[in-house]
Ligand binder design. Structure first.
Ligand code: CA
Length: 715
């Protein structure tokens, strides 16, 4: 506390003297190398030494996980269990996009950098909220169709005067940190394929690391490293063997040929097999290793992928490679022969834990498959694994072999199976946090089952969603009690997990199952937003809510915190979206889409954000609507094509509420949207490649039926 106050006074006096703030780290070991104050702070002044010392740079939040260890723990404690009650809004900014906001804002020497949906970048004065510049990569909105889980972006990386953002369409773009002007831009994917990028780039030793998504549609996953100055590709590591059987001329060639290819039974699907690296990338400077997670198999159903029992490396695996060359070092496969969409892309966090009396360098992951893994990060050796939520696909993990003790019935080969966790995961992309003073990992967790059934008629559809599942199982029951029972099965919670004991110390339940990422501080607090639109500070010792703020909109992003002039700030992006609000809106708070906001808090903050204007659409007149379509056939076609974005039984309200859309009352208008793509500039492309005019009319008949039932239920 004392150090913070001292630094605060020093910074305040510097500002009074008109010298602006120091460009260097201000407390801890780095203070000794403090850079002399400059007349004008250099924008984006981040180098290797500064990133390596980020842990003791209390004032700033330099990279997405705050430090390379990705613990998302700040030593700041002006906002603490005693003062948090006085936390108020310091400033806010409303954006021009109204879907999921997933970015963690960075703060560097008084400038806050963040991103929104559609990969837009914004730089603000972190103290006042004044917009300094913004950048719109102008992503073709039709690309939105290729984003399984919303058109989100999880933030930027900053390095030596540049800000790096990866756009949804696969471009990696370097911007001038001072002006937002493009320095270089390079395409990192084959844009003719259904690749997207939603993750934040990471900078390691002058290289920009970035992966991509698309496993739900059918692509081949990889992680790339680009030279931060020139934008030239340095290395690329593929997570699945080349489907054509040839070498890629990449550092992954040898291990794919020798280790991975034999685990693909009937071969790698032509579309690539999946394994996309769409979120976590973590760097260990001591071991010079980069760790990343590979996503689910493509198609989801393993029977459509590899012809029987085989592991399909490196799907659903954590992989360690040399940071300079991308050369393979080790891997750990969490879900062999994945058939449930169990990506291993969740937050990978590094720590040193005392296990059996000895310090161990570990990495930790609360995997989508419901198990919490503690792994020796030098060797990839599994130290321990325990389920943090109920798991029905496997009862435990065999520590000797590292393999799950699996329940074969859960593989839905012969009969449908209700399996926990759901494809949403026991934990998804939402960042965790680790409080090293208490030895606790805070997990934004979910308990949710999912009905898996194979699609016996499955055939790969080029460029479309390809799960291999009978998605008609997602149709909702009309019975109210059944709906209530289904809702009750979906639970969200914040778990404080002891990774040494592999047990929860406390669990705080949420009202809904899809909530926000987490940040912890030395003030004894854990910050987390929720589906209901609350931003909450919990006591990290007990899980008790100490402070709550109604942001008026659901929150999914993780917060960050920084200090300027002795004042601590907490920044959070609000804006609900992502996989669950698209595909399962029926289970979540009934709220229309609203513009995202950046909300920044401080002790005594007195700003207020205007209430959102609530728009209630008039009731659709369905009295004269007639259709020759077959609603039963429409149910099947809807769930095979539309439900992942418009929710089961057209119950979605985000993209948009089809049960109340005037489009369903006019056959020509409906066909123009569904087949001809008249709304492609809003992300709704035409489906004529996959649907016939009869399919379209059947779908319309089905939605009209659902709309009539919904109206009757309300009347
Ligand atoms: Ca996935």
């Amino acid at each position: 506390m004392r150090a913070t106050v001292t630094v605060g006074l020093a910074a305040a006096s510097l500002m009074l003297a008109g010298l602006a703030q120091s460009a260097g780290a201000e407390t801890g070991p780095a203070a000794a190398q403090k850079v002399a104050p400059k007349a004008v702070a250099k924008a984006g002044n981040v180098d290797a030494a500064r990133l390596l010392a980020a842990g003791s740079d209390n004032q700033n939040w330099l990279i997405t996980g705050r430090t390379y260890a990705d613990q998302r723990f700040s030593p700041l404690k002006q906002i603490n269990t005693a003062t948090v009650g006085k936390l108020g809004l310091a400033w806010h900014h409303e954006f021009d996009t109204d879907r999921g906001q997933e970015a963690t804002p960075l703060e560097i020497d008084g400038v806050l950098y963040t991103t929104t949906t559609w990969s837009k970048v914004f730089a603000f004065d972190a103290r006042t909220g004044k917009l300094l510049w913004s950048f719109d990569p102008k992503v073709d909105k039709a690309r939105g169709f290729k984003a399984c889980c919303d058109v989100v972006n999880r933030g930027v990386a900053v390095w030596k005067g540049k800000v790096y953002v990866a756009a949804l369409d696969g471009r990696l773009i370097a911007l001038d940190a001072k002006t937002g002007k493009t320095a270089w831009s390079t395409v990192t994917v084959d844009q003719s394929k259904p690749y997207t990028i939603t993750g934040a780039p990471r900078i390691v030793k002058g290289k920009v690391l970035i992966g991509n998504g698309g496993s739900e549609y059918g692509v081949r996953g990889y992680l790339s490293a680009y030279d931060a100055v020139t934008g030239k590709l340095a290395w690329r590591f593929y997570t699945t063997p080349n489907p054509e059987g040839k070498a890629d001329g990449a550092p992954s060639d040898k291990v794919l040929a020798g280790v991975a290819r034999p685990t693909w039974g009937g071969g790698v699907p032509a579309s690539g097999g999946g394994g996309t690296v769409w979120e976590s990338i973590t760097y260990d400077p001591e071991l010079n290793l980069v760790y990343f997670g590979a996503g689910n198999g493509s198609p989801w159903n393993a029977q459509n992928r590899s012809d029987g029992h085989s592991d399909n490396l490196f799907l659903s695996s954590i992989i360690a490679v040399n940071a300079d060359t991308g050369a393979y070092v080790w891997h750990y496969q969490a879900t062999p022969d994945d058939t449930w969409d169990y990506d291993a892309t969740q937050h990978i966090m590094l720590a040193t834990l005392t296990i059996d009396g000895a310090p161990r360098k570990v990495l930790m992951q609360a995997n989508k498959n419901g198990f919490f893994y503690v792994i020796d990060r030098a060797t990839g050796h599994l130290i321990s694994a325990k389920n943090y939520v109920p798991t029905t696909w496997a009862s435990s993990i065999d520590i000797k072999t590292g393999r799950p003790v699996a329940n074969e019935d859960a593989r839905y080969r012969d009969a449908p199976a209700l399996v926990t966790p759901a494809p949403y995961g026991g934990h998804n992309w939402q960042p965790m946090a680790f409080d090293p003073t208490q030895g606790l990992v805070f997990i934004p967790a979910m308990e949710a089952p999912y009905g898996y059934a194979k699609d016996p008629a499955f055939k790969t559809r080029d460029g479309a969603w390809n799960s291999g599942l009978d998605m008609a199982l997602g149709a909702l029951p009309s019975d109210k009690a059944q709906m209530a029972a289904m809702k009750a099965m979906l639970k969200g919670e914040l778990i404080a997990w002891d990774p040494i004991k592999q047990a929860a110390r406390w669990t705080t339940p949420h009202d809904s199952f899809w909530n926000a990422g987490v940040m912890a501080t030395a003030g004894g607090l854990v910050f987390q937003g929720d589906a209901e639109g609350k931003f909450v500070a919990y006591d990290s010792r007990t899980g008790k809510a100490l402070w709550s703020y109604d942001v008026g909109e659901g929150v999914i992003a993780g917060a960050s915190t920084y200090s300027i002039g002795g004042q601590q700030y907490v920044a959070i992006m609000t804006g609900y979206g992502g996989a669950a609000p698209l595909a399962a809106h029926w289970a979540l708070p009934d709220r229309p889409r609203q513009n995202g906001r950046l909300m920044v808090f401080k002790i005594g903050g007195a700003d207020t954000a205007p209430a959102y204007v609530k728009f209630t659409a008039p009731k659709l007149d369905l009295a004269k609507v007639a259709t020759p379509g077959d609603a039963k056939a429409g149910l099947l076609a809807f769930h095979a094509n539309c439900s992942v974005c418009h929710s089961g039984s057209a119950s979605g309200r985000y993209l948009p509420n089809l049960r109340n859309s005037p489009m369903i009352t006019v056959p020509e208008a409906f066909k123009a949207v569904v087949l001809d793509g008249s709304l492609k500039d809003y992300g709704m492309i035409g489906f004529s490649k996959w649907l016939s005019p009869k399919d379209s009319e059947d779908i319309r008949a089905y939605i009209v039926d659902e709309a009539r039932q919904a109206q009757a239920a309300k009347d």
